[in-house]
Design a protein around this ligand. Structure first.
Ligand SMILES: NC(=O)c1ccc[n+]([C@@H]2O[C@H](COP(=O)([O-])OP(=O)(O)OC[C@H]3O[C@@H](n4cnc5c(N)ncnc54)[C@H](O)[C@@H]3O)[C@@H](O)[C@H]2O)c1
Length: 252
């Protein structure tokens, strides 16, 4: 039994084919929202939508690359046409590379900034007309501990992108507050997902985690709980905020 009720809300979660995006989609679905599962991988998005429908939820898959404006506009138009609204947007899609500055190519810089920062901008921009029409909206952006400090596993482009997400969050929050739309960021620390597993060894991530006040990696479901709260009516007075969820790794 959950306190927050998202029944009747239409939620779009980007990069929801796995990891924290999937966990967020599950948490919103459990609270009664209709969930649109976006991912650049059509297969992964489809699988999550099938699983949510099998558990009694309502979900559809809409594959798109969030770094491409035309893709994003097509995705949002499809959702609005089908459901008549978008109340919640979770900008979760992200990519990371562990490259040192001298080796970062222009293409890789554009790729990392394109998905993490430009994708967050494009999706937010595209959903605003629907949220303004409803005079209610929740946008939750995925930054990272990297956005406030320095990435543990990613390169400078990742750190820069996640810092950019925090600036975009604050600015947009100020612009749209009068329409009943809140915009917040979450800053996860080291969370046990494929992104981390594909980048560093288990031994290294465990070694990092032993140094945290809560000495373990975070779980995707723990981050999803925070995101689901920010999407609820109960979080109506929180906007422009960045919420840390990192086992105490960074306290600023
Ligand atoms: N795992 C961590 O420790 C950690 C920490 C802080 C922040 N984050 C951030 O949290 C978010 C989720 O990370 P995760 O660990 O679950 O990652 P993940 O790699 O497990 O999942 C990311 C998902 O995004 C999708 N995606 C990638 N590019 C896309 C695009 N262009 N368009 C649409 N979908 C795309 C991928 O296909 C994948 O399904 C990311 O923004 C990440 O940067 C992760």
């Amino acid at each position: 039994m959950h306190i927050e009720n998202l029944k009747g809300r239409i939620a779009l979660v980007t990069g929801a084919g796995q990891g924290m995006g999937r966990a967020v989609a599950e948490a919103l679905s459990e609270r009664g929202a209709t969930v649109v599962i976006n991912d650049v991988s059509a297969e992964a998005a489809q699988k999550v939508a099938l699983d949510l429908n099998a558990s009694g939820g309502t979900a559809i898959a809409v594959p798109a690359d969030v770094s491409r404006g035309a893709d994003v506009r097509r995705m949002v138009a499809q959702v609005v046409e089908r459901f008549g609204a978008i109340h919640v947007l979770v900008n979760n899609a992200g990519v990371l590379r562990p490259t040192a500055v001298p080796e970062i190519s222009e293409e890789e810089w554009d790729f990392i900034l394109g998905v993490n920062l430009k994708g967050t901008f494009l999706c937010s921009q595209a959903v605003l007309p629907a949220m303004k029409a409803a005079q209610w909206g929740r946008i939750v952006n995925f930054s990272s501990t990297a956005g406030k400090n320095v990435s543990t596993v990613g390169g400078a482009h990742y750190t820069a992108a996640k810092a950019g997400v925090l600036g975009l969050t604050r600015h947009l929050a100020k612009e749209v507050a009068r329409h009943g739309i809140t915009v917040n960021a979450v800053c996860p620390g080291l969370i046990d997902t494929e992104m981390v597993r594909a980048t560093i060894s288990d031994e290294r991530s465990q070694a990092y985690a032993r140094g945290f006040p809560i000495p373990r990696l975070g779980r995707p479901g723990e981050v999803a709980e925070l995101v689901a709260f920010l999407c609820s009516d109960r979080a109506a007075y929180i906007t422009g905020a960045s919420l840390d969820i990192n086992g105490g790794d960074l306290m600023i």
